[in-house]
Design a protein around this ligand. Structure first.
Ligand code: ZN
Ligand code: MN
Length: 439
């Protein structure tokens, strides 16, 4: 992107939606295992939004959302409730979504980024997903399998000034969700969706910490790469408008990857009123300290904690610690720690586990045996080398002859080394060693 003319600074906040892996949907008894299921096979009066159907919250989803809150340094609200968020859309048959407005489950958290800064989380709340519209041959079909799936929404502060940080944050959230085992967050399956709220401000506004009076929401982004492209595109589009003295319209836009542009979806000029009010069919929730402490006790050691501990305890490199502490490396962590009890230098263990495919696949016992065998070979090679040196030192005449071109004398020297090692050495290895030393 070429933007020499523009000094505008990016103001970026994220909304991340993700599915929680529960057995049942959010407010009904329908199975939540909807992937690969035929359309509309996981439905009931509640998730179809039929009048009079009573929602009952899924406690497992509540607990897992709270675990995510703890893992992201949030405060868990002791009082929380569900609210109705009203809007009209074909995939929302009730005319409202059960979500949380005031009193979300979790508030005021953060995730530490690699640049040492904290990405601030305003809130994490729980809601239900909507149905899916399928556009086919000029018709729109609705699949209600997705309707009522437990959906967590993470809302950050508009704290990102670089899209790279926002991407890192999103990836960390994805890893964290897998790490604590509350979701699969597969973006291709729609289990994690990104939304970027993008606006620009002048350097002076940035200095004064003033926020712009508009934001453009790019909705339903299903890959980290698309998010980066969409934000960069918006920086360019909005800069141009602002430079021309025009106003940036507050609206929803979508990323069109084929054209490489964002497109307007619906204007938000007339401030959208969702007419939130407390969901009358679900009693408010209350959580005591004991509940929160119990959740804290079942939370696994988190990636940042693991990374810091590995560096302290094993003195391994930052890089190795980083790999072992995040989701894809996590399966190796246990193996790593067990192998380290066998008195092998931890950095060597980490290097072999992380860089050598053949070592990665071994069991702990196999790893240790293989490592010791390799070390033995190195020892043997060292010992053999000493025997060769000794034979060369004791037979200066033979060395002279070889140097003057009498190749046949090698046989004599090999024989002498074999005698030294009592026949245990490999003749070919001995010959190679001799030739190396006489080169
Ligand atoms: Zn249902
Ligand atoms: Mn939402």
């Amino acid at each position: 992107m070429k933007n020499e003319t523009s000094n505008y600074k990016l103001v970026l906040g994220l909304e991340i939606h993700l599915h929680i892996n529960t057995e049942k949907k959010m407010f009904c008894g329908c199975s939540a295992h909807i992937h690969d299921a035929a359309p509309n096979t996981h439905t009931c009066p509640v998730c179809l939004g039929l009048p009079g159907a009573l929602p009952v919250p899924n406690y497992d989803a509540v607990k897992k959302t709270q675990l995510l809150g703890l893992a992201t340094n949030c405060t868990l609200n002791q009082n929380s409730k569900f609210d109705r968020k009203h809007y009209f859309y074909p995939d929302l048959s009730k005319g409202y979504q059960i979500s949380q407005y005031e009193e979300p489950l979790c508030e005021n958290g953060y995730i530490e980024l690699s640049n040492g800064e904290k990405a601030l989380i305003a809130r994490i709340h729980l809601e239900e997903d909507t149905a899916k519209s399928v556009h086919e041959n000029g018709e729109t079909l609705l699949d209600f399998n997705m309707a009522g799936m437990p959906l967590v929404e993470i809302v950050t502060e508009p704290c990102f000034t670089d899209v790279k940080d926002a991407v890192e944050f999103s990836k960390k959230i994805q890893d964290l969700v897998k790490h604590i085992g509350i979701g699969d967050v597969n973006m291709e399956k729609g289990q994690m969706r990104l939304e970027a709220n993008i606006s620009l401000r002048t350097p002076e506004m940035e200095r004064n910490d003033d926020l712009p009076n508009y934001k453009v929401e790019v909705k339903n982004i299903n890959s980290f790469r698309f998010m980066e492209k969409a934000v960069l595109y918006e920086i360019e589009r909005q800069s141009e408008l602002l430079l021309n003295g025009e106003k940036v319209i507050q609206e929803n836009r979508g990323w069109d990857d084929h054209k490489g542009v964002t497109k307007s979806q619906r204007s938000k000029e007339e401030a959208h009123d969702y007419r939130y009010f407390p969901e009358p069919d679900i009693p408010p929730m209350a959580f005591d300290e004991a509940h929160i402490e119990e959740l804290r006790s079942i939370l696994p050691e988190l990636p940042d904690e693991i990374r810091k501990r590995l560096i302290m305890q094993y003195e391994i490199s930052e890089n190795n610690a980083e790999y072992l502490s995040v989701y894809p490396g996590l399966a190796l962590l246990e193996k790593f720690e067990e192998i380290c009890t066998h008195n092998i230098e931890p950095n060597k263990v980490a290097n072999l586990l992380l860089n050598k495919q053949d070592y990665k696949e071994l069991t702990v016992d196999e790893f240790v045996k293989r490592y010791e065998d390799e070390a033995q070979k190195v020892d043997d090679a060292g010992e053999l080398s000493q025997h060769v040196e000794k034979v060369l030192a004791e037979n200066p005449d033979a060395v002279e002859k070889i140097k003057s071109g009498k190749e046949a004398v090698y046989k004599f020297l090999i024989g002498m080394v074999m005698r030294e090692t009592k026949g245990k050495a490999d003749a070919e290895t001995v010959e190679n060693l001799l030739r190396e030393k006489l080169r």
